[in-house]
Design a protein. Structure first.
Ligand code: AMP
Length: 436
């Protein structure tokens, strides 16, 4: 055993270890918003018959190279890729559509016939330049409907997302919509686009000069300010759609209109991943500032085949949970300031047992309760209840023990009511309206 005089004293100040750049701790009360977002998302997804899937965070690098595309920003410069000890190349998933489709193929879900509707929630990793709303570890809530190319799937998914935003009291958002065609019509468009790019290439940013040759569609994604007027003048995919894609696009637009879902056509919305076909869409919130896309997705009718599976047309989206939480934070910030629903203030050791029993009974009903484990005078107890922002304080002293009726003090109005012990739960439930 070490003797105390043998323990070396630390004279140098040890520098605290910090979280990695672009990652962050989610702390209370922000975590309450995240819980609220996730609960509502699960509820809405379940209502539309989606079922949860949980796939690994680690995947083979080839999965993303083949699906997202070698020349996308994600694959070419943002992935966290490393050689495992047995030299296999692994990647922390930058998105989860590819993983979901891999799992769909691996578990032969196509054999079950019909539509497979899956959803997921979890962290994604992209080595982007961090800023507000953009992180290197960020979270997505996504869903995929596999096994049909019917435009009603696209419409229904967008309807579901609008419902989710409404349920979360998100007020101002814009649904942007486009079609990127299919392998039949896109080559013709790409030829025209390449041709148009030849004339303006020299005036574009360095990345776009490269993209103009390797993957011209990606030029449309460019965010560089100076490139925008040039990109604005480029030919539009919508003018080159084949009859089937055109019909599909019209059906999606008609479906949205008949459901009175507002949208705006966005001819440049190709999204940063190669697997998209036909519908692409995004929902933006102006409250978010520069990183204003709160969610995005689209159709990927060839992805299953790209990953070695059978034909399985699909439609999916991913919500940026960090961004949605930022938007939702504003609308429910007031409720977040609330502490537990009840604080049990017991006076005198004799009341402790009854106080603990009451706290336990209420907690079993899911009611948020705090109780002190130290004896306190009434005044200090009420002071603690107020510091914790408890909505009610339940006072149990000698008199209350005798009468079997407890004092319930409404901490917002100061009003005090005597309630039978077995009525307390009902009283709290009836007199509190809160979303969290
Ligand atoms: P994507 O997977 O690129 O289609 O993105 C879908 C959604 O995820 C976007 O609309 C954003 O809300 C969110 N997202 C993408 N990248 C990031 C990031 N680096 N940080 C935070 N959210 C992100």
């Amino acid at each position: 055993m070490l003797k105390s005089d043998n323990i070396p004293t630390v004279s140098k100040r040890i520098e605290a270890v910090q979280s990695v750049k672009g990652t962050r701790d989610l702390m209370p009360p922000e975590t309450s918003v995240w819980q609220r977002v996730e609960e509502e998302a699960r509820r809405v997804l379940r209502a539309y018959a989606f079922r949860e899937i949980r796939t690994p965070i680690l995947e083979s690098t080839a999965l993303f190279a083949r699906s997202v595309g070698e020349d996308t920003d994600i694959v070419s410069k943002e992935m966290y890729t490393f050689q495992d000890r047995d030299n296999e190349s692994l990647t922390l998933r930058p998105e989860a559509t590819a993983s979901a489709v891999r799992a769909y193929i691996e578990h032969r879900l196509f054999n079950e016939g019909g539509l497979q509707k899956l959803y997921y929630m979890g962290p994604m990793f992209r080595r982007e330049r961090p800023q507000k709303g953009r992180y290197r570890q960020f979270y997505q809530i996504g869903a995929e409907a596999l096994g049909s190319d019917h435009p009603a799937i696209d419409v229904e998914s967008m309807e579901m997302l609008v419902l989710l935003l409404e349920q979360l009291s998100v007020q101002e958002f814009t649904l942007l919509l486009n079609s990127v065609g299919c392998p039949r019509c896109r080559p013709e468009y790409l030829k025209v686009l390449r041709h148009a790019l030849e004339d303006v290439r020299a005036n574009l940013c360095r990345d776009c000069q490269r993209r103009a040759v390797t993957n011209p569609l990606r030029v449309l994604d460019c965010k560089v300010e100076a490139d925008q007027p040039i990109i604005e003048q480029l030919p539009r995919m919508a003018d080159y759609l084949c009859p089937e894609c055109r019909q599909h696009f019209e059906a999606v637009k008609d479906g949205l209109e008949s459901r009175r879902i507002d949208y705006r056509q966005a001819p440049r919305l190709v999204r940063g991943l190669d697997y998209y076909t036909r519908t692409t869409f995004e929902i933006t919130c102006s409250a978010l500032g520069a990183q204003n896309a709160v969610l995005g997705g689209g159709r990927y009718d060839g992805l299953s085949e790209m990953l070695g599976g059978p034909p399985a047309p699909g439609f999916g989206f991913a919500i940026g949970e960090d961004r949605l939480a930022l938007v939702v934070m504003d609308s429910i910030a007031k409720q977040l300031e609330l502490g537990p629903l009840a604080y049990v203030a017991w006076i005198g050791e004799a009341a402790l047992g009854s106080a603990e029993n009451l706290a336990r009974a209420l907690r079993r009903q899911g009611i948020s309760v705090e109780i002190s484990h130290q004896p306190m005078k009434l005044k200090k107890s009420l002071g603690t209840a107020s510091k914790l922002a408890a909505r009610f304080a339940i006072i149990i002293g000698e008199g209350e023990l005798e009468s079997g009726r407890y004092q319930v003090k409404d901490m917002t109005t100061g009003q005090q009511t005597e309630i039978e012990t077995n009525q307390i739960e009902r009283y709290l439930q009836q007199n509190s309206a809160r979303a969290i």
